[in-house]
Design a protein around this ligand. Structure first.
Ligand code: ADP
Ligand code: MG
Length: 572
């Protein structure tokens, strides 16, 4: 049987290079990644066996075995899960399909600072490749469920890998790490020490739903007792993890650290989450949900292929990743697990979309996420600020797409305003500061704060002391056009139509003055209107300017200048 040598895809090569010359000090995480892959493979096999009655596999003893050979300095992670075909191995392990990879690598290149690159790696979650932080050679032996032939893959992480067909191998996957030479200085990173590996499993992978087994810990051999006492047969193993599904446990029995580890497992993020939402619904339609808001946005938050991070389980059986019927697109950054008791195991994405129970779950989960953010806003502004900085732009999409929850989204929306040059304001705070007699929420849209702050439209508002919201995200332009009001106050653009800032008395006085001026300037205005007739509809005296000589305004129903620019750019 021939051995082929193949090259890693360019992006994979770059990532591997980073791992081999690891700049990430938290090497321990490799074990979590490999166990998480093994656990996924077991989930997939169980589901497949349930759905495909023709698949001849034994699912009675699904597990993960960890084997250490201290003399050879190897550490093996073995699962009897779904396994991979030769093509699977080439496609899944030789390339990186993750969206956002290119951007991730570009950012990493731009980052000179080692600490910042560490953070980036943590955010990206390098998966299988993290093995090369601790190993100088990795061997993967795998056989896919239902197939005869197995595949052996090997690499030192330096640009190429070898792949060959093998006649015999147990079903599932074994990843063998040939560990780098021991670091005498740093005993802490010796993965040939069973206690170290056990500790890592307890710490990072305790809740994994499958048994993670290791040989029984050697009891100390006592001299006085018989020689067979205290000896262990080679095959005796014990399960290291507790296997308790975290989401099914009562809230007050779960430690924060456990939640955090679980979050890292489902999200592939290496940093702690910003917020945890744990809820259970009882009664006719039972389900449990454990959701997390990350503390930073993923790199692909605004890319088209961005995945949603909520997994669906049915009665503890993993059904699917990235379950979009459960979370609306504008909350695509939320991670976690939903476990429903009464759905069929046979659900597909399409049937889920139509399912009434799923719609009910989704409605409740959305409300819960929004109210949790609202709680942050009132109880922990720092965390709320982080939330809004990282996810605000995505959340604002919901103002357009989720009319039912519009008010709740407006409640947690923050924008820049003339009130404070440094800090954003919530709409609620704006309304609380509104002056007596002010009826509308004034705003202006544009490309940047500095441009719109100095626009002539602003003058009258500044003179009157009215606060104006400064909306500079492209999405702002869209929602502010379609959301009619907040708390009964209309959104009013200061760049559109007639702006009415005065009290009744001021108005009367101004009206009289204007009439008089109109007469004075009648000739000039009609001359200007005629001269400029190709460019503007009308030239009129302004009540809004205080120091600029003139400005261009649009009619009440015209598009704003920025929107006009956007349409033009789109060729309309
Ligand atoms: P991720 O788990 O985020 O997809 P990884 O780099 O960890 O990324 O793994 C890449 C892919 O390789 C997995 O999606 C899976 O399809 C496959 N894979 C890795 N480990 C195993 C395994 N033990 N059994 C079956 N497939 C595996
Ligand atoms: Mg993985």
């Amino acid at each position: 049987m021939t051995t082929e040598t193949l090259e890693f895809q360019a992006e994979a090569r770059q990532l591997l290079h980073l791992m081999v010359h690891s700049i990430y000090s938290n090497k321990d995480t490799f074990l979590r990644e490999l166990i998480s892959n093994a656990s996924d493979a077991l989930d997939k096999l169980r589901l497949q066996a349930l759905l495909d009655k023709d698949l001849q596999v034994d699912t009675s003893d699904l597990h993960i075995d960890i084997e250490i050979d201290a003399d050879q300095r190897t550490l093996a992670i073995r699962d009897n899960g779904i396994g991979m075909s030769r093509d699977d191995v080439v496609n899944l392990v030789g390339t990186i399909a993750k969206s956002g990879t290119a951007e991730f690598l570009r950012k990493l290149k731009d980052t000179k600072d080692a600490a910042a690159s560490k953070d980036l790696i943590g955010q990206f979650g390098v998966g299988f490749y993290s093995s090369f932080m601790v190993a100088d050679k990795v061997t993967l032996l795998t056989r896919k469920a239902g197939e005869e032939r197995a595949t052996r893959w090997e690499s030192t992480g330096e640009g190429t890998y070898t792949i060959e067909e093998v006649d015999e191998a147990p079903q599932g996957t074994t990843v063998t790490l040939h560990l780098k030479p021991a670091d005498e200085e740093d005993q802490l990173f010796d993965y040939t020490k069973p206690w170290k590996v056990r500790q890592l499993i307890k710490q990072h992978s305790d809740f994994i739903a499958w048994p993670i087994r290791m040989p029984v810990a050697q009891p100390p051999v006592t001299e006085t007792e018989g020689e067979t006492e205290g000896e262990v047969t080679a095959s005796a193993t014990e399960t290291v993890n507790s296997m308790k599904a975290l989401w099914a446990r009562p809230k007050d029995e779960v430690e924060k650290a456990e939640y955090h580890e679980f979050y890292k497992h489902v999200s592939h993020d290496w940093t702690d989450p910003l917020d945890i939402i744990h809820l259970r619904a009882e009664g006719t339609f039972e389900y449990q949900a454990l959701l997390f808001i990350p503390s930073h946005a993923p790199l692909d938050l605004f890319s088209r292929e961005a995945k949603r991070g909520v997994q669906l389980y049915v009665k503890r059986v993993f059904i699917m990743d990235d379950c979009e019927p459960l979370v609306p697109e504008y909350l695509r950054f939320v991670k976690g697990v939903v476990d429903a008791q009464d759905l069929s195991l046979n659900v597909s994405r399409e049937t889920l979309q139509q399912d009434r129970q799923v719609q009910l779950m989704r409605r409740r989960l959305v409300k819960k996420v929004l109210s949790s953010v609202k709680d942050l806003l009132t109880s922990d502004t720092d965390r709320y600020d982080t939330f809004w900085r990282e996810f605000g732009r995505a959340v604002k999409e919901g103002l357009l797409s989720d009319v039912d929850n519009r008010d709740a989204i407006l409640e947690i929306t923050s924008v820049a305003s003339t009130h404070d040059a440094e800090k954003l304001t919530t709409l609620r705070q704006y309304v609380e500061r509104m002056k007596d007699g002010q009826e509308h929420v004034y705003y202006v849209t544009g490309e940047s704060r500095s441009v719109i702050e100095n626009s002539p439209h602003m003058e009258a508002f500044r003179a009157k002391g009215y606060e104006v919201l400064l909306l500079t995200d492209p999405i702002d332009e869209l929602w502010v056009e379609s959301v009619p009001e907040f708390d009964g106050k209309r959104f009013q653009s200061i760049a559109k139509g007639q702006v009415d800032l005065d009290t009744e008395e001021e108005k009367k006085a101004a009206e009289a003055e204007r009439e008089q001026r109109k007469e004075e300037f009648a000739d000039l205005l009609s001359w200007m209107t005629t001269t400029l007739q190709d460019d503007v509809k009308e030239v009129r005296l302004s009540s809004r300017l205080t120091s600029s000589p003139s400005c261009v305004v649009s009619d009440e129903h015209d598009v704003t200048p920025t929107l006009e620019k956007m349409y033009r750019a789109m060729g309309q």
